[in-house]
Design a protein around this ligand. Structure first.
Ligand SMILES: Nc1ncnc2c1ncn2[C@@H]1O[C@H](COP(=O)(O)OP(=O)(O)O)[C@@H](O)[C@H]1O
Ligand SMILES: [Mg+2]
Length: 238
């Protein structure tokens, strides 16, 4: 399984959203977290999404990640519409298109590095030995060739986040979504993990949307998009 999971016309944007809104709750308790977002990300781009706490970054990432359904507007991943679908259809799209990297590494504590990658691959339909082979290849690519059998508590923070990167890109989902992946790392490890993510995704052709506050890694992005109060805004001048 070394071919990309999907072959899509490369002119189709990876992400194309128009007038996207998300309202949490109803009636007097309704809160509009996204207020009409337009955004286009080309295939192969490494985009950073930047904005203050509460601005709607995780909400937007959750819609792109097929975890939450949008309230209004249009959202397409590689030409495939996410709007107007039943929530029950979202898990299939998520499996097909998305690799996630979270703020904490979210690795399973009882599993080794290799198993943390292989088990989700088996859930995606890989046979056991193909899953282990892929897990070892990717752990090698993230510089953890000698850590296959280590559990998360036997790894450093930076190494754990490398395993999380490896898990996200395993199985070659075309879109990688990272939500503040460097937040729990020191500056040096954060920079290294982001560089690794960028290099691997560019070699393998993944599109990346990375939410971050961390201005030390902004220069690694192909493009930075700013969000404030549920809307895309121009980059602040200060
Ligand atoms: N499940 C929810 N129910 C109600 N409000 C929510 C929910 N999730 C997020 N919010 C609100 O939506 C806004 C945007 O949240 P979020 O997308 O998590 O922002 P960010 O990731 O930029 O910090 C915040 O005001 C938050 O309180
Ligand atoms: Mg968030």
């Amino acid at each position: 399984m070394s071919a990309p999971a999907l072959t899509v016309d490369t002119k189709t944007p990876a992400i194309d959203i128009r007038g996207l809104t998300k309202t949490y709750g109803t009636g007097a308790l309704a809160f509009q977290a996204l207020k009409g977002v337009d955004m286009r990300v080309e295939q192969g781009e490494f985009m950073m999404l930047v904005g203050p706490s509460g601005s709607g970054k995780t909400t937007l990432l959750s819609i792109l990640g097929c975890v939450l359904a949008p309230t209004e507007g249009e959202a397409r991943l590689f030409g495939e519409a996410l709007h107007g679908r039943k929530e029950s259809e979202l898990p299939r799209l998520r499996l097909e298109y998305i690799g996630f990297i979270f703020q904490g590494h979210n690795l399973m504590a009882a599993l080794t590095a290799e198993q943390n990658i292989a088990v989700p691959l088996e859930l995606r339909g890989y046979g056991h030995s193909a899953a282990i082979k892929e897990a070892r290849e990717i752990l090698t690519a993230v510089g953890l060739k000698d850590k296959f059998a280590k559990r998360p508590d036997e790894l450093s923070g930076g190494q754990r986040q490398r395993v999380a990167v490896a898990r996200a890109i395993a199985g070659r989902p075309p879109l990688i979504l990272a939500d503040e992946p460097t937040a729990s790392l020191d500056a040096e490890s954060g920079m290294q993990v982001t560089k690794l993510l960028k290099d691997l995704c560019s070699q393998r052709g993944h599109t990346v949307v990375c939410v971050t506050h961390d201005n030390r890694i902004f220069h690694l992005a192909d493009r930075t998009v700013h969000i404030e109060d549920g809307r895309i805004v121009p980059a602040p001048s200060h």
